[in-house]
Design a protein around this ligand. Structure first.
Ligand SMILES: Nc1ncnc2c1ncn2[C@@H]1O[C@H](COP(=O)(O)OP(=O)(O)O)[C@@H](O)[C@H]1O
Ligand SMILES: [Mg+2]
Length: 232
């Protein structure tokens, strides 16, 4: 299996604050991987380092075998990485359709376009010309996922997508993720909802204090064994 994302011994900083302490992980083509851990351990920072928001000190990040030393948001996008950020980051003064088109700014060839996103999430079509923030939390999450898919990514990273969502919406999210990955797209799912992890991923990494402290396969029948990594 070809490696898509490789983070090797990554140390990352916000100013002088040293947040990631040698984090190593990889995601292969078409893989469905979870990144779990308590609040504040550095999960979002791992993504921010990819995007150049946190500073990469020592270590190496490669995407599609291309080193990302001086990360710039468009570089990973160009090579097929799309992010569904924590908190969704819907642009308030753009319509739903404009938010979706933002995701296509670096569109690569692939199955996803406006029509296909509207087929997946009909509510987005109904509301296409209303402001993105006029949606409920669950609908905004659909929009954030739709926006990421518009790039036709080979890897989609989702940062705590279930935050603030009702259980029935989490069920829909599981179905959505299983549907979109069936075509071979890889996902890296940052999540504390182990039910969603069990239903959508096959392998996990657990983060503690800025490094990986456990990893293995996700066994849906023994998902409670992972609970210690997220319990406070
Ligand atoms: N922009 C920032 N500047 C300084 N410190 C930050 C910033 N963002 C997060 N941190 C700190 O980095 C640590 C890891 O945060 P984060 O990666 O957001 O954790 P997680 O996503 O696992 O909850 C926390 O101690 C947090 O306070
Ligand atoms: Mg976070």
């Amino acid at each position: 299996m070809k490696t898509l994302l490789q983070m090797h011994d990554v140390h990352a900083y916000y100013g002088a604050a040293h947040i990631l302490h040698g984090l190593t992980l990889q995601v292969g083509e078409g893989e469905r991987v979870a990144l779990i851990g308590r609040n504040g351990v550095g999960k979002t920072t791992a993504i921010n380092t990819l995007m150049g928001v946190a500073r990469l000190g020592d270590g190496e990040i490669r995407f599609n075998d291309v080193p990302i030393h001086k990360a710039m948001p468009y570089i990973p996008a160009q090579f097929g990485l799309a992010i569904v950020p924590q908190g969704r980051c819907i642009v308030a003064n753009l319509t739903i359709e404009e938010n979706l088109l933002l995701g296509a700014a670096r569109q690569r060839p692939g199955p996803w376009n406006l029509n296909e996103i509207y087929r997946l999430f009909p509510i987005l079509k109904e509301r296409a010309h209303t402001p993105g923030t006029a949606l409920s939390g669950g609908q905004q999450q659909m929009l954030a996922i739709g926006r990421a898919l518009m790039a036709n990514p080979s890897l989609m990273i989702l940062d705590e997508p279930t935050e603030g969502l009702a259980p029935v919406i989490v069920d829909q999210l599981a179905d959505t993720l299983n549907g979109v990955t069936r075509q071979g797209m890889a996902i890296l799912l940052i999540e504390q909802n182990l039910g969603l992890v069990a239903r959508t991923t096959s392998r996990y990494y657990a983060v503690e204090k800025g490094r990986i402290t456990a990893s293995g396969s996700v066994n849906p029948d023994h998902i409670k064994e992972l609970y210690s990594h997220i319990a406070v």
